[in-house]
Design a protein around this ligand. Structure first.
Ligand SMILES: [Zn+2]
Length: 307
């Protein structure tokens, strides 16, 4: 009984992992856009083998056959030993059988005799991929596209960075990728770098979250009698995994308020997309220097008036 429950539950546990692995493996190893609607894992369909069904798989080619459908398959079935499901990221999975139902393959050749089915990643693209991954600050890459026009390579890539760094550091890493690629690959003349803070290759979890203005109105409504307006205006919002967390910078004097952190969190967590509030206290050193400056100009002003 326990085994049956475990077998029945496994597809739910593995489904997302399988979906991610399939999308990654396919897209990282070919020069084409591979998309599918859904993935289903069954441990019964081809028992004792695991059966993965991919729904509505399509392969859309890149230049020179831009946006041509090379293959469309209503249902693709792949079987493998159950132990393959436990392999870690980056490990190759051994597949045992592969079959397609309702498939259409569209093969064409251009005037240079090149077929649209030649979607294997070129050696150069593979080199570029490894090169970018070694640049400090780059955690991973996806959707690397290279287009070769009259001997020049145009490169477009999504670079995943640490989501806790600042926008300017992210921008700096993007510039480094651009600069180093152009310096190291003579054929590359143009680079477009998209800085990602989360992997948006499959889904965009933060797509429908509210913007800064909307959020600040919400915070103002909840926090106006607890915090100064400037503190609310300078909050940092982190949009990750479909949720928002807030970094709040407050002057050290406010740390004396009893349970401030707990009160702020409690109010704001009623908003379903806000999951956490972190408070950082700082000393008001700035005010001290401002005071000195104001005093200096005041004395100067009085001095000039008297004279
Ligand atoms: Zn991306």
């Amino acid at each position: 009984m326990v085994t049956v429950i475990a077998l029945a539950a496994a597809p739910f546990l593995f489904k997302d992992k399988i979906k991610e692995m399939i999308a990654k493996t396919l897209n990282e190893n070919v020069n084409a856009n591979i998309a599918f609607e859904d993935v289903d894992l069954s441990l019964f369909k081809s028992f004792p083998k695991a059966n993965v069904t991919i729904d509505k798989l399509s392969i859309i080619t890149n230049a020179p056959f831009e946006k041509d459908t090379l293959l469309y398959a209503g249902e693709t079935n792949v079987t493998m030993s159950i132990k393959e499901l436990f392999k870690g990221e980056g490990e190759a999975m051994n597949l045992e059988s592969f079959s397609v139902v309702n498939g259409i393959v569209n093969i064409i050749f251009n005037k240079d005799g090149i077929g649209n089915f030649d979607i294997a990643l070129k050696e150069e693209t593979e080199k570029i991929k490894l090169f970018i991954k070694e640049i400090p600050g780059v955690k991973a890459i996806h959707q690397l596209r290279t287009r070769s026009i009259a001997g020049s390579i145009f490169c477009d890539v999504h670079v995943l960075v640490d989501p806790s760094i600042s926008v300017s550091e992210g921008h700096y890493i993007g510039q480094e990728v651009d600069k180093r690629l152009i310096e190291s690959f003579p054929d590359i003349t143009d680079v477009t770098v998209h800085i990602d803070t989360e992997d948006d290759e499959l889904i965009n979890p933060s797509y429908n979250l509210p913007d800064r203005n909307t959020l600040q109105k919400i915070l103002q409504k909840h926090w106006h009698d607890l915090l100064p307006e400037t503190a609310i205006k300078t909050v940092v919002f982190h949009y990750l995994d479909g949720k928002i967390t807030i970094d709040l910078k407050l002057p050290l004097v406010l740390s004396n308020q009893v349970d401030l952190e707990a009160r702020l969190k409690k109010i704001v967590e009623r908003e379903k997309f806000i999951t956490d509030v972190k408070i950082f206290y700082y000393k008001f050193v700035f005010y001290f220097y401002s005071f000195i400056y104001i005093l200096f100009f005041y004395i100067l002003f009085v001095f000039l008036v008297i004279c």
